[in-house]
Design a protein around this ligand. Structure first.
Ligand code: SF4
Length: 211
């Protein structure tokens, strides 16, 4: 049974759903096709908004998204039905992109907890925190240095030069630093993080995303 067959037009149905004490979920139980009503709700939600095409930032699948902006603010992000990749769908992570951009819970200051402390210190500036991280990374790498290995490299490997000479090379890595990534790190961030960690010789690089 569709809404039309049941004698309800779209506007009437929404009015009844809002004020009549029954729910969309309840109507589903009667076998009603709710797609038209859902489309109407969607339309009213983004009424007057400008629509921009974008790409989900989270993984290399590259699902197309529609971003709706009203008054300079993002009000909605959803899958782009014109995208040949996802045809309007988004995985749970991509479907939460709106919350990545608009979220009162985003932490916008540095939280630092000193070794042994039980409370967060929120007075540190970003510049101070960045300097501290850089200093710790340098100290950690320097601590690996020995008289015979001033660069601190722990391992070696043999290779053969084009003229057939066998040479021992040092592996430019550290096992003292690890990088952990979270689900909200997007492609660009992961690219930069990975590049930085590789340049520092970090081999323990992990990220939650498994898409
Ligand atoms: S995170 Fe999900 S929605 Fe985003 S590009 Fe990857 S598969 Fe698509």
């Amino acid at each position: 049974m569709t809404l039309t067959q049941s004698g309800l037009n779209r506007r009437g149905f929404l009015k009844a759903a809002a004020g009549g004490g029954f729910t969309l979920g309840g109507l589903l139980g009667f076998g009603l096709d709710l797609r038209a009503a859902q489309e109407e709700v969607r339309r009213s939600r983004i009424a007057g908004a400008r629509e921009y095409t974008s790409v989900c930032p989270y993984c290399a699948v590259g699902c197309g998204q529609l971003v709706h902006v009203r008054g300079g603010n993002i009000i909605n992000i959803e899958g782009n039905p014109d995208s040949p990749i996802n045809q309007g769908t988004l995985c749970p992570k991509g479907a939460a992109t709106f919350q990545l951009a608009v979220n009162d819970n985003r932490i916008k200051r540095v939280w630092y907890r000193a070794p042994g402390a039980t409370d967060w210190d929120k007075t540190m500036t970003l510049d101070e925190a960045m300097r501290r991280v850089a200093q710790r990374v340098k100290e950690t790498r320097d601590a690996e240095a020995t008289p015979t290995r001033p660069a601190g490299f722990q391992e070696t490997w043999w290779t053969t030069t084009p003229d057939g000479v066998k040479v021992l090379k040092e592996v430019n890595h550290t096992l003292r630093i690890a990088s952990l990534g979270g689900a909200t790190m997007d492609n660009e961030w992961n690219y930069l993080q990975c590049k930085l960690m590789r340049a520092l010789g970090v081999v323990f690089i992990e990220n939650q995303a498994r898409i």
